[in-house]
Design a protein around this ligand. Structure first.
Ligand code: DQA
Length: 143
């Protein structure tokens, strides 16, 4: 199997399961990883990672660019603030899809703007853990 996808999760997503369950539900990041691996089985190899540090996320995007891996990125709050992540995606030349568990457009105004959407192939939000599996299908269907 030659296709590898990096599923990269940003700040606070390690807390899923106990973090604001009324907003994010009780599914853990481990549950999402298992779901994504099962969904992609036989179609793509999955690298699944989480970091609370912007610089580490930047480095992993650079690695993905060097290796030619597609990227599924839930950058958490850094979505709304990080010019560095935006420049990493465009600079590394990766095919990336921005994902969110929640529909950020139904939430606070400060979540409506994404720094990274314009350099991603597309954005999927509001479908809970299915946002990730939809992104796998979208990325595998891209040229
Ligand atoms: C999130 C939405 C962001 O606004 C928030 O900061 C998160 C999670 C989501 O998956 O819904 O950490 O990316």
């Amino acid at each position: 199997m030659s296709t590898t996808l990096l599923v990269l999760n940003g700040p606070n997503l390690n807390l899923l399961g106990t973090r604001e369950p009324a907003t994010y539900g009780t599914t853990t990041l481990g549950d999402i990883e298992a779901l994504v691996r099962k969904h992609a089985a036989g179609r793509a190899e999955i690298l699944f990672e989480q970091s609370n540090h912007e610089g580490e996320l930047v480095g992993r995007i650079h690695d993905a660019g060097r290796e030619g891996h597609g990227v599924i990125l839930n950058a958490g709050a850094l979505t709304h603030t990080s010019l560095a992540l935006r420049d990493a995606i465009s600079g590394a030349g990766v095919s990336a899809i921005e994902v969110h568990l929640t529909n950020v457009h139904r939430r606070e105004d400060f979540r409506h703007h994404s720094m990274i959407a314009a350099v991603c192939k597309g954005v999927i939000c509001g479908f809970g853990s299915a946002s990730y599996t939809l992104a796998v299908d979208a990325l595998l269907g891209l040229d």
